[in-house]
Design a protein around this ligand. Structure first.
Ligand code: AMP
Ligand code: ZN
Length: 666
């Protein structure tokens, strides 16, 4: 392929992929299969690699995120990013309309749109291409987060359509959908990690990450609501939104042209209800003077434009009575204070319990017995206590303190970050039950029929105390349990037996090691071919895996350093669970003829875990300590002196890394 041909092909692939991206993400009407998309993307990647002179930061290949950075540059906004004046009731809105009507003589209309509750972003386009994205910052200076912005699939990197000025600013809101937020929090919960408070905070945190690849994974969206520039092709806000749509942006899901307060009111009433079903968090609506020339006449205050007004939805907040406070122990031992409340309806559901998050939050609230509390839904989903009505407090009520011991098993709690943990992971009832629930869940061992109630029954009847006990269950144990017939008992046992076919990566995930989610499970299994090499691995071996950090490595190490867990694994092994990677463990060659190796020290060409893997793939075996059955001590740099001594005493051959490489070559 000539250079000219390559350039042509690269450009045409980029256009096709951009189009497909637009149809998939913005229109939700894909016309290319995922397979086709991936194939074309790969073709483009290959061409871009071969012809680096045609590199383009706005190529669809760059959506996955570039290299991490150490900091963001601060850049001055061309036009300051102001805030919006806010109103909380209709009277305020009425007053505003009266006020501005006095300032101009002409008749004007309004554009009314949804107010998205996310993080604002200002994007500069020159010659249709995205050149820079700035956060709001203090309104005058913002952070240049362009590398992160480029990963947002619904942010146009190259504008399409007509009437695009040479230079234009497109501002809008970076959002995380509620579904996506919930999904991320579910994963956090399964890993035993902190639950994020709401989508906005998580979005703000994500945009500040220095690693764009992680940002890409969070699947943020961008909603455009304003264009700014010198020669705009439109004269009104309403037409601007239409134009932005043509250029390839998401714009506020609903917007109308309104002539008067009544029409604005209808929109507010409509969305005051609909917003609970809407996929993104909205906290109100924005009313803007529609005509740009009138906007200009009205101008700005130091803080906000005079031509716009936000109307904030009243936060759904209810007052109710605190009946009692539970300290709930989760799968990882984390203790969460949860209020039991007199039932109230809040934003569409009946609420009887609300979280208090942690001790700091409880202290801030200064909660007392029999208090009346206000509750709200965080990110419209999780009910939480937001304040206490002190006027209703009884004189003899007592302050409520965070517990210092596990409310279930009495173990003294350990503080980590803002949270307290019960460390009795193998003996604390709610932890055990939650571990079993996690173990049997669909994405883990996929054992059917073992819901929380049955698990509780099995626990109460002393039939299970840990995950390994599941494999000792017989249908005769089950069939007398309340509500379980012979048939369902048999089904459960069948499903337990079946689970022995679950792959190694599912097993690793099912163990419920803190911070080890599905993705970490996959990465670990790719790297360590069996459980024994994982158990023996040290922190460095584990963090050598791309995508696995220190936090996860330490948690793994901690898990395997608990003898109870090793016992558990041995029982699970005996039960026949998959503890090695079936496919990838397949030996590639039998150059080492089953010889037993012990390794010591560090190596030039391999990390220790890579070396172990290499030996196994070539038909050798690995042992952790030297015995008379050992064939070779493979000693790298700074080997352990005791191992050397022992090998010499037993007359075991000591070889170097170079010797080993020669063995493999022959
Ligand atoms: P606040 O952050 O409460 O001062 O509200 C002002 C912010 O609302 C703006 O800076 C924007 O980030 C955001 N916003 C959300 N939706 C819109 C919209 N449709 N028009 C203008 N601003 C919006
Ligand atoms: Zn406990």
């Amino acid at each position: 392929m000539t250079k000219e041909e390559a350039k042509h092909q690269i450009e045409s692939l980029r256009k096709e992929l951009r189009d497909a991206n637009y149809k998939y993400y913005i229109l939700a009407q894909p016309d290319m299969t995922d397979y086709e998309f991936d194939r074309k993307l790969e073709e483009l990647q290959a061409l871009e690699q071969k012809f680096p002179e045609f590199f383009d930061v706005n190529s669809p290949t760059q959506r996955v995120g570039g290299k991490p950075v150490t900091e963001f540059n601060t850049v001055k906004h061309k036009y300051p990013m102001l805030s919006l004046e806010k109103s909380y009731n209709i009277q305020d809105l009425k007053d505003w309309i009266k006020r501005i009507s006095k300032l101009v003589d002409e008749k004007f209309s309004f554009c009314v749109e949804l107010k998205y509750d996310g993080v604002s972003l200002s994007n500069q386009y020159i010659d249709k291409k995205l050149v820079r994205s700035l956060t709001r910052g203090d309104g005058i200076f913002g952070d240049d987060v362009t590398i992160n912005a480029r990963t947002i699939k619904t942010l146009a990197l190259v504008l399409k359509g007509k009437d695009i000025p040479d230079e234009v600013l497109v501002r809008g809101e970076v959002m995380m959908s509620r579904n996506n937020f919930k999904h991320i929090n579910d994963q956090q919960e399964r890993k035993g990690d902190t639950i994020y408070m709401n989508a906005r905070n998580l979005t703000a945190g994500t945009m500040k990450l220095l690693d764009p690849k992680t940002v890409a994974k969070r699947q943020l969206d961008f909603v455009a609501y304003i264009m700014i520039g010198n020669d705009l092709p439109v004269q009104t806000q309403y037409d601007a939104l239409k134009k932005l749509e043509e250029w390839g942006f998401f714009v506020p899901h609903d917007y109308i042209k309104a002539e008067n307060l009544d029409e604005i009111m209808n929109f507010i009433l409509d969305w005051g209800v609909k917003r609970f079903e809407f996929p993104y968090d909205t906290d109100g609506i924005v009313v803007k003077v529609n005509e740009f020339d009138i906007q200009e006449k009205l101008g700005y205050t130091a803080k906000s434009p005079r031509w716009a007004m936000a109307y904030k939805f009243p936060a759904e907040r209810k007052l109710t009575k605190l009946l009692s406070l539970d300290f709930q122990v989760g799968r990882t031992g984390k203790v969460t204070p949860v209020a039991n409340l007199k039932a109230v309806k809040l934003a569409g559901t009946i609420v009887k319990r609300a979280t208090l998050h942690n001790e700091d939050n409880m202290k801030k609230l200064d909660l007392h017995t029999d208090d009346f509390v206000y509750i709200e839904k965080a990110g419209e989903i999780i009910p939480q206590v937001v304040s206490v009505e002190k006027a209703k407090r009884k004189p003899n009520s007592q302050p409520i303190h965070f517990v210092r011991q596990c409310p279930v098993c009495g173990t003294p709690l350990i503080k980590q970050g803002a949270d307290y943990f019960c460390t009795n992971t193998t003996g604390c009832e709610p932890q055990i039950k939650a571990q079993i629930e996690h173990f049997v869940s669909r994405k883990a061992m996929n054992i059917d029929g073992l819901g929380p109630e049955i698990i509780n029954l099995l626990y109460q009847n002393r039939l299970i105390r840990n995950i390994a006990d599941l494999y000792d269950l017989k249908s005769s144990d089950l069939k007398y349990l309340e509500g379980l017939g012979e048939k369902s008992a048999q089904n459960i046992i069948g499903s337990i037996q079946n689970s022995k076919n679950q792959t190694f990566e599912k097993v690793i995930y099912a163990l419920g090691i803190r911070h080890v989610g599905e993705i970490a499970g996959k990465l670990i299994v790719k790297h360590f071919k069996n459980i024994d090499s994982l158990i023996q691995a040290n922190i460095d071996d584990i963090t050598a895996i791309k995508g696995i950090g220190e936090k996860i490595a330490e948690s793994i190490k901690k898990y395997f350093s608990n003898p109870e867990n090793i016992k558990l694994i041995n029982r699970l092994k005996q039960a026949g669970l998959q503890f090695e990677n079936q496919q990838e463990n397949l030996q590639i060659a039998d150059k080492l003829g089953g010889k037993k190796f012990v390794i010591s020290g560090t190596f030039e060409h391999f990390s220790r875990s890579e070396l172990k893997q290499h030996i196994e793939q070539n038909g050798g075996k690995i042992a952790s300590s030297i015995s008379k059955n050992t064939d070779y001590l493979l000693a790298g740099d700074k080997p352990g002196p005791s191992k050397i001594n022992k090998a010499q005493n037993l007359g075991i051959t000591i070889i170097s890394e170079a010797d080993y490489l020669k063995m493999i070559e022959s």
